[in-house]
Design a protein around this ligand. Structure first.
Ligand code: PGA
Length: 254
């Protein structure tokens, strides 16, 4: 049985004050939700406010990035122990915007993920192909490379702590969602990669989320696919009612 995860990536939106207000509104809308994990990922400066706002609710807080060392002279960076110290439980790693605009490679994704896991965070590790690769039929080749270089080097014990998010870059913020069938075939491919490297049991247990223009009106079709275990939601997570509608659509699966 894989418990669905619905995670909101707020990107560079919401001040600390606005984060508290959004969480308060969301908390009352999702309070009846059971058997699914609900995560919100505000910007770093809003994390302490978000952690206080989720206290006593069924929502958890994640960061959008983390550095790969635990401390040191790295101006501008934030470490995994700093995140856990304030009550942050999750972290998004390797989002395509970080890969695209900040030069993150699969090697960096791997280092960040290992440190995050070893510090007790639950990473949501993002993979996904760009438009030109999608159109050239290279989706599986790209996913295989991202998996091999960013994930496969973990130990099974490290691997079992992560969640994977398949986010085709061409679907992010474009309103162009992957069809449930397209997303599902990428998820099946990833699950097979996991099985080949970590064995059938861990492949069966691993949650693989879909991300890219997830909205209340397309979430049910996506989640109807057996291999899609939740969503990483950008734009639609900035509105309490639409994020709550996405949460409501996530039924536990087996
Ligand atoms: P989107 O973003 O839902 O706005 O497409 C998804 C993401 O970037 O994680």
């Amino acid at each position: 049985m894989r418990t669905p995860v619905i995670a909101g990536n707020w990107k560079m939106y919401k001040s600390a004050h606005e984060a508290s207000a959004l969480i308060n509104e969301l908390a009352s809308l999702v309070e009846e939700s059971r058997h699914r994990e609900i995560v919100v990922c505000p910007p770093f400066v809003a994390l302490p406010a978000a952690v206080s706002a989720v206290r006593g609710t069924n929502i958890e807080v994640g960061a959008q990035d983390v550095f790969w060392l635990k401390d040191g002279a790295f101006t501008g960076e934030v470490s995994a122990p700093m995140l856990t110290a304030i009550g942050c439980r999750w972290v998004i790693i390797g989002h395509s915007e970080r890969r695209e605009y900040f030069g993150e490679t699969d090697e960096i994704v791997f280092k960040k993920t290992i440190t995050a896991v070893d510090s007790g965070l639950k990473p949501i590790v993002c993979v996904g192909e760009r438009l030109e690769d999608h159109e050239a039929g290279r989706t599986e080749a790209i996913l295989a490379k991202q998996f091999a270089q960013g994930i496969a080097g973990m130990t099974p014990r490290q691997f079992e702590r992560i969640v994977i998010a398949y986010e085709p870059v061409w679907a992010i913020g474009t309103g162009r969602t992957a069809t449930p069938e397209t997303a599902s075939s990428a998820h099946q491919f990833l699950r097979q990669q996991i099985a080949d490297r970590f064995g059938a049991e861990l492949a069966e247990e691993c949650r693989i989320l879909y991300g890219g223009s997830v909205k209340p009106d397309n979430i049910s079709g996506l989640l109807a696919q057996d291999d899609i275990d939740g969503a990483l939601v950008g734009g639609a997570s900035l509105d309490a009612a639409s994020f709550a509608a996405i949460v409501a659509a996530a039924e536990p699966r087996g």
